[in-house]
Design a protein around this ligand. Structure first.
Ligand code: ATP
Ligand code: MG
Length: 474
């Protein structure tokens, strides 16, 4: 197995160019990390390629760029000693081989030049530490001092050195372990997992942006519960997302139990992952019940209640997004809206569906009505097959009703059929609260089905309302 050659992995023209540039500078260079791992796993070859030079990565990048068609610019990150070239379809990062040790309490590395093996030793996992040579003398040779290939064949994530050191040096690696386990269907080596448990508190020194990057990648896996359960078992989840772990547990009073909303949530996320790749809708699924922890009450005679959890939950979304440096823009508003409306279609599916209730739902959800339905269907986690079937059928009926009502009444992108200007003109009034009152009354009348969503009817209704308010047609 040792020193096997993988020339065929390097048939992209860029590797030949790097090899020539390496030769011209009398250096050594290797492609390392994700590219090698994914090639050996026969995964899609990544667009980002990492090259390590024994010497200056920046010099090598410049030499390579000068040989490429169009001479792309080299982005130099002097502080990190790295350089990047972007071509039409690739991003190649060059770095000089490093030997490093971290100061405890920060993750600012003290960096020294090192050999290839020094550099491989400071990488996160053995399967990420393998390199293919780009040198003329042994082009394509696999350099694998830590038996990454054996770990890859056994689907194991193991650190190249003592895991306590690896994880303590850069605690983000604990999340990377879990993310790779979830993405690649690998298992984390037992010793490494014990080390994650011991070091989990150190995640606090890692920037929120890096943590969120990994959380997003976990959320985007095929079965996100795999990653979230590992985060939970490792002790990382209560530190990063305590709102979620607060949902864990079942309480019983007077023989009445509520479901474990943490495990329920993970099921909902797995369900939704089968129907959408939208990261934000997956976040909505993850957070849809977070308001249940602070609103939980046992009330005679009904039992367990979570009154207003959707509203409380949507407020918590803002705090959580702010704390985690997630975007506070329309993405957050979307997640808030999904959480706030998350019970509405369920209520509809249980009662006799009136047109006006459906119109209100469409009005409130607007463009996001389909996302909301996907969320609500994912929320069905009953283990009773009859109920499961019944609930899904009910939602089908709600969907049909939504289509029927929307086709007729067009309230999804509700535009008031009578404008404020027209109201002012009709009654000869200037901007005042009456205009708001009339507009609101028209909207309510349409949603309630008192009048159709049409100009003529709305105009008549406006006259009536104006009259009630003591206004006169001018
Ligand atoms: P992917 O691109 O799918 O996230 P990757 O393994 O390529 O996977 P990158 O973040 O692109 O991950 O990093 C490239 C390589 O750099 C890794 O394979 C690993 O060798 C090394 N690496 C990245 N981040 C770390 C880290 N925090 N600690 C140690 N090594 C790391
Ligand atoms: Mg990569």
């Amino acid at each position: 197995m040792k020193n096997q050659n993988y020339k065929e992995a390097l048939n992209l023209p860029i590797f030949k160019t790097i090899s020539e540039a390496t030769d011209e500078l009398a250096l050594d260079s290797y492609v390392i990390g994700g590219f090698v791992r994914d090639y050996l796993l026969q995964r899609n070859i990544p667009k980002d390629i990492d090259v390590v030079a024994i010497g200056s990565g920046i010099d090598l990048a410049k030499q390579v760029a000068a040989k490429l068609p169009g001479k792309p610019t080299v982005q130099v990150f002097k502080n990190f000693g790295t350089a990047m070239i972007k071509t039409a379809d690739l991003e190649i990062e060059f770095v000089g081989a490093r030997k490093e040790s971290y100061d405890r309490g920060s993750r600012k590395p003290a960096v020294e030049n090192g050999t290839l093996e020094d550099d491989q030793l400071r990488r996160d996992f053995t399967v990420n530490a393998m390199a293919f040579s780009l040198n003329k003398r042994n082009f394509g040779e696999l350099l694998d001092p830590f038996s990454g290939i054996a770990d890859l064949e056994a689907s194991i994530l193991r650190t190249p050195t003592n895991p306590d050191i690896t994880f303590s040096d850069d605690p983000l690696r604990m999340m990377r372990a879990i993310r790779f386990a979830a993405q690649l269907h690998f298992v984390i080596d037992t010793e490494a997992f014990q080390a994650i448990k011991r070091n989990c508190e150190r995640i606090r020194i890692v920037s929120k942006e890096r943590i969120v990057d990994e959380l997003n990648k976990i959320l985007l896996t095929e079965k996100p519960s795999v990653g979230f359960l590992l985060l939970y078992q490792s002790g990382l989840l209560p530190i990063i997302l305590p709102e979620l772990t607060a949902l864990q547990g079942i309480e019983e009073i007077e023989g009445q139990r509520h479901k474990d909303n943490f495990y329920h949530t993970l099921e909902v996320v797995d369900n939704i992952a089968q129907n959408t790749d939208d990261l934000w809708l997956r976040w909505a699924a993850l957070l849809h019940d977070i308001g249940k922890a602070p609103t939980k009450k046992f009330q005679e005679p009904v039992g367990w209640t979570f009154h207003g959890h959707e509203f409380v939950g949507s407020k918590m979304v803002y705090k959580l997004f702010k704390r985690m440096c997630l975007p506070l823009n329309e993405k957050m508003k979307f997640v808030q809206k999904m959480v706030l409306l998350s019970s509405r279609p369920i209520v509809l599916s249980q009662d006799i569906v009136t047109d006006s209730a459906v119109r209100r739902l469409i009005f409130d959800a607007g463009e996001d009505i389909e996302s909301l339905m996907i969320l609500c269907e994912a929320d069905i986690t009953t283990k009773n097959p009859n109920r499961f079937k019944k609930y899904h059928q009910n939602f089908k009926a709600v969907r049909l009703k939504i289509e029927e009502v929307e086709t007729r009444d067009h309230v999804r992108n509700f535009q008031p059929p009578v404008s404020g200007e027209l109201i002012m003109e009709t009654f000869g009034i200037s901007p005042s609260k009456e205009i708001g009152i009339i507009k609101d009354a028209i909207k309510e009348a349409i949603l309630e089905g008192i009048i159709p969503n049409e100009y003529e009817a709305a105009f008549q209704y406006m006259l009536e309302k104006g009259h009630e308010l003591g206004l006169k047609k001018s």
